[in-house]
Design a protein around this ligand. Structure first.
Ligand SMILES: Cc1cc2nc3c(=O)[nH]c(=O)nc-3n(C[C@H](O)[C@H](O)[C@H](O)COP(=O)(O)OP(=O)(O)OC[C@H]3O[C@@H](n4cnc5c(N)ncnc54)[C@H](O)[C@@H]3O)c2cc1C
Length: 486
């Protein structure tokens, strides 16, 4: 090689090394959703030099908001409901009075009828009629007798044991299968137990004793949607000048230098970053794949995790178009309507729209191979309009401005056997020095926002104060209160 070339090569190598050394941080936080952001904020408040890397142009992850003109849309209905003092203080410190308490108003669409939600015995039975009511009670009592000594294993078991087969078949099956894309027999019981959190007998008792305290009657919601809080976090992080925020760049590999116990993180744009600590809120299998695991058994497990995607159709409906949508959202248990839920953000009464428009969204859960995931925007729009007609929200076809949002890996699926896999992956993560996984996808948990924030805060505390909070226990530590919503 000519001398000049060799010199250039050495100079370039030196420059690269220098660049990496300059890109040295105490902590790299991966993912700019609530988990990553709350962690980065705690770190920067405590003078820890860190960098947060987010692949999208906008921060917020699953809690970000979208807009069409002046109308603001969340990703489906998002409600802030939590009693954990630390998390509530976290929200309040950021936006104060902009986090407002809202009265809950939603309904269930089933059999072409609207039923009040959460289910109220008298209203539900009135809508179903006397013959069906008798059948429901008979099936409930039979199920109680038949299954009295059994523990539910699947989502179907859980509902049948607590509500009877008749209600399961009529009511829960369709909704559950829309969410999961799997028969209820293939989904573990813990999700149903976590989400529904009641039984027919409990509901009747509460109804008779007029005790409505077991349901969420109100929730908090930020003025102009979640983006208000997300923006406030970003502003505060910038203010502390300790955490750099890198947006629209993606982690593509992580290498561990075992001797130095230091990670080299590479991004799509070519950035190279050195750090002794990695905190990741991206899917657990992606983090482990980046670490280029040679263990074939572990690698085989990484491909076994299953997620549901989410297709959102956001419609900005002119207020001159007559619509009938009085609730904040509708849970759709009717198999003839493809959407899982419809949301009207105007009814959050939180400055989500101008008086000229009504922002409405429809949600479609799906796998990569499903038609709707691969459909064009126009096709999805047509499905959504058709669904709104079936829901009797509109009476005929309308032409409005719309946006289609496709979110990959929105829901970790609780398929049979997933817990054993996560147990092994959790151990695998712990083998790496100073590697922590947090949040919904980082821990493969059907978490809500509060859990993400809590894991973010606690992992930062572990880093700063040397505490040993067990992040995997967070679900138990956060008091969810009456009902789990997502
Ligand atoms: C339809 C719907 C409704 C919901 N409703 C509620 C509700 O009412 N109440 C509630 O409390 N919770 C609700 N949730 C749950 C809540 O939105 C999530 O639990 C929370 O937002 C998750 O935050 P997170 O930071 O853990 O994960 P995420 O928000 O998923 O953040 C992970 C981030 O990592 C980024 N990322 C991924 N790969 C890379 C990479 N290679 N490099 C860099 N960045 C990467 C992603 O872009 C993302 O921003 C709902 C969720 C959904 C889907």
């Amino acid at each position: 090689m000519p001398k000049k070339w060799r010199k250039n090569l050495i100079v370039n190598r030196l420059k690269n090394t220098l660049k990496i050394i300059m890109n040295k941080y105490e902590v790299v936080v991966i993912g700019g959703g609530y988990a990553g952001l709350s962690c980065a904020l705690e770190l920067s408040k405590n003078d820890v030099k860190s960098i947060l890397i987010e692949k999208e142009k906008e921060l917020g992850g699953l809690s970000r908001t979208f807009s069409i003109g002046d109308s603001i849309f969340d990703i489906g209905p998002h409600i802030y409901f939590n009693k954990d003092k630390e998390v509530v203080k976290f929200w309040k410190n950021l936006v104060g009075d902009k986090l407002q308490t809202r009265k809950r108003s939603n309904s269930i669409f089933y059999n072409s009828k609207y039923i009040k939600s959460p289910l109220q015995v008298s209203n539900t039975l009135k809508q179903l009629g006397i013959f069906t009511t008798v059948k429901i009670f008979y099936s409930f009592f039979m199920s109680k007798i038949k299954n009295r000594n059994k523990a539910p294993k699947t989502s179907k078991d859980w509902v049948v044991f607590n509500f009877g087969k008749e209600l399961y078949e009529r009511f829960f099956k369709v909704y559950n299968e829309k969410i999961w894309g799997l028969p209820c027999e293939e989904v573990t019981s813990n999700w149903a137990g976590q989400r529904i959190k009641s039984s027919l007998s409990k509901m009747i008792y509460k109804s008779l004793t007029r005790d409505n305290d077991f349901i969420i009657k109100s929730f908090d919601y930020p003025e102009k949607g979640s983006q208000t809080i997300i923006n406030a976090i970003e502003k505060e992080i910038i203010l502390h000048k300790k955490c750099e925020i890198l947006k629209a760049d993606k982690i593509v590999s992580i290498e561990l230098n075992k001797k130095q116990k230091e990670y080299l993180v590479k991004t799509e744009s070519g950035k190279q970053i050195l750090s002794k600590t990695i905190i990741s809120s991206i899917p657990i299998e992606t983090t482990l794949k980046f670490l280029n695991n040679k263990n074939t058994f572990i690698n085989s497990l990484l491909d076994k995790l299953v997620y549901r995607n989410l297709v959102l159709c956001l419609l900005n409906i002119e207020s001159t178009i007559p619509i009938s949508f009085k609730n904040q959202w509708i849970d759709i248990h009717d198999p003839n309507v493809k959407a899982l839920r419809a949301t009207n953000y105007a009814n959050y009464d939180c400055k989500m729209n101008s008086s000229q428009y009504v922002p409405v969204s429809l949600e479609y859960n799906c796998f990569n191979k499903e038609e709707i995931w691969n459909a064009s925007d126009e096709e999805i729009y047509k499905i959504a309009i058709n669904d709104l007609i079936k829901l009797k929200v509109i009476s005929k076809e309308i032409k409005v401005s719309y946006k289609i949002v496709k979110l990959e890996k929105a829901y970790p699926v609780y398929f049979k056997g997933y817990e054993e896999i996560i147990k092994i992956l959790k151990q695998e993560v712990s083998k790496f020095p100073n590697l922590e996984v947090i949040g919904r996808l980082g821990m493969y948990k059907w978490n809500n926002m509060h859990h993400s924030v809590k894991t973010g805060i606690l992992v930062a505390k572990n880093c700063i104060e040397g505490t040993n909070h067990n992040l995997w226990d967070v679900k138990g530590m956060v008091s969810i209160g009456k009902e789990y919503n997502d």
